[in-house]
Each structure stands twice: as structure tokens, then as C-alpha cells.
Design a protein around this ligand. Structure first.
Ligand SMILES: C[S@@+](CC[C@H](N)C(=O)[O-])C[C@H]1O[C@@H](n2cnc3c(N)ncnc32)[C@H](O)[C@@H]1O
Length: 229
């Protein structure tokens, strides 16, 4: 699916709803994984969220710190810089935790940030919406992510599992709307990942050295959680 179609779909999705488009557990897990990285370094971090939607992951993390009663953790979150991007035009009033982060409307294929400028990059169920192989949109996003990460920086990613795609394409295929076109396009060119090795191969190709992925199953939802550095 072309990016303008994704933007066309997601702009009204966020403008007229208060929604998100990912399993709740995937965002909770992502927030936990970010916490683990920040606490591991014991230093405030600059963290980029790619395809972040309204910023629910960052909101979950901020609420977690707030309610934790853990002063060290709270101080690390307060001093960290959270930056999010999304291709959809999201009204500021719809953004979660907007006082504690910077949000920019941008395309993940061309990130408007300096090389080596983030310690952590995250993306929850977003970048594999782009076309793979056919015209390299997906690969460009992975390369951009590696570019803006500092040496030794960490990427925390989740990807739709191919089994999820099978379920959804049955629901959406052939109906004719934007989301339907997306799943039709996916089934022709671009199935989601079936094996952890395939994720590692794509991330090695853009310069990541260590890549580990785990499949998470939550009811009908299935996704990969990947850490790469
Ligand atoms: C399935 S939603 C996930 C949103 C969010 N990460 C979450 O967990 O709720 C995919 C998001 O990716 C965004 N997106 C798709 N293509 C993009 C691109 N090329 N650049 C930036 N964002 C993109 C969409 O607008 C949408 O907000």
C-alpha cells in the first residue's frame, strides 16, 4: 500500500476516534521493554518512536513512572527525551502525553533527524505496513532507523506475525476500501514474518549485529517482539 493511502486511512482514524491500532498487550510490553533498556543504562535517553500513532506507548511508560513510587525511575523518565513520528496528520489535542514529548508528522522512510542522535528507537506494529522488496520502502525505513541510532544504540520493534496476517486478510480481502487494498497488496507481495531468522536477516542487512526475536501470542493476536543492536 502506498504511504499516502496509509496516511489517508490513519488521519481520520486518529482525528475522529480516541483510538490506537494495536493489541493492548503489545503496547504494555513495549513500554516495559523501553523501561528495561533505560534502567539498564542508568542514564536518561533520547528515544524515538516510529509510527507511534497518538503516542500510547509513551503514555503508558509515563504513567508507569508516575505510579511507580520509584524516584530513580521517575527521574530517568523526566530527564529522557521522547520524540515520536507518524505519517498521519494527528491533531495535537489527540496526542497522549504531549507535554512530555515532541511529536512530528514525518515519513519513516526519511527521518528528519541527525545521524547518531538517538539511544533507543522503537516501533510497535508499524514499519512492516510498508512494502517490502518491491520498491524498498520497508528497507529504507530500517536503514533510516539504523542511521539515526547512535553506535551501540538499541532498536525495540514489534512486527505482525504472518498468522495474524492470514486471519486479517480473510476478514478484509476483496472489500475494496483502503485497509482492504492494504491486505490485498500484502497477500500479493508482502507477507509478514514467519520466522525469526527472516527478521534477523533484514536487520543484519542494514547493519544491526545482534538481533533476538520472540513470538508473543495473546488471544487471536500474534506478533514478534525484536531487540536489535
Ligand atoms: C498499526 S498502527 C500502530 C500505531 C502505534 N504504534 C500503536 O502501537 O498503537 C501503524 C501506524 O504506523 C503509521 N505509519 C504507517 N506508515 C508510516 C510511515 N511511512 N511513516 C510513519 N508512520 C507510518 C500509521 O499512520 C499508524 O499510526
Amino acid at each position: 500500500m502506498a504511504e499516502h493511502q496509509l496516511s489517508e486511512f490513519y488521519t481520520p482514524f486518529y482525528a475522529y476516534g480516541s483510538g490506537h491500532d494495536s493489541p493492548n498487550q503489545s503496547r504494555v510490553n513495549m513500554a516495559r521493554r523501553i523501561r528495561k533498556e533505560i534502567e539498564g543504562t542508568k542514564e536518561p535517553q533520547r528515544i524515538l518512536g516510529i509510527g507511534a500513532g497518538r503516542g500510547e506507548v509513551e503514555g503508558t511508560l509515563t504513567r508507569d513512572a508516575h505510579g511507580s513510587g520509584n524516584r530513580v525511575w521517575q527521574s530517568l523518565v523526566r530527564q529522557s527525551q521522547f520524540v515520536t513520528i507518524d505519517i498521519a496528520d494527528i491533531p495535537p489535542r489527540k496526542l497522549v502525553s504531549k507535554r512530555t514529548r515532541t511529536h512530528v508528522r514525518a515519513d519513516s522512510r526519511q527521518l528528519p533527524f541527525a545521524t547518531d542522535s538517538f539511544g533507543i528507537c522503537t516501533s510497535n506494529l508499524s514499519i512492516d505496513m510498508l512494502r517490502r522488496n518491491e520498491n524498498g520502502d520497508y528497507e529504507r525505513t530500517l536503514g533510516e532507523m539504523r542511521r539515526v541510532l547512535c553506535v551501540g544504540g538499541v532498536a525495540l520493534l514489534s512486527f505482525h506475525a504472518s498468522s495474524l496476517f492470514d486471519n486479517l486478510s480473510e476478514v478484509y480481502s476483496g472489500r475494496g476500501g483502503v485497509r482492504e487494498q492494504y491486505f490485498d497488496g500484502k497477500s500479493a507481495h508482502n507477507p509478514f514474518y514467519q520466522h525469526a531468522e527472516d527478521i534477523a536477516e533484514d536487520l543484519h542487512a542494514v547493519g544491526f549485529k545482534d538481533v533476538a526475536s520472540t513470538m508473543v501470542v495473546e488471544g487471536q493476536d500474534e506478533w514478534w517482539e525484536t531487540r536489535a543492536e
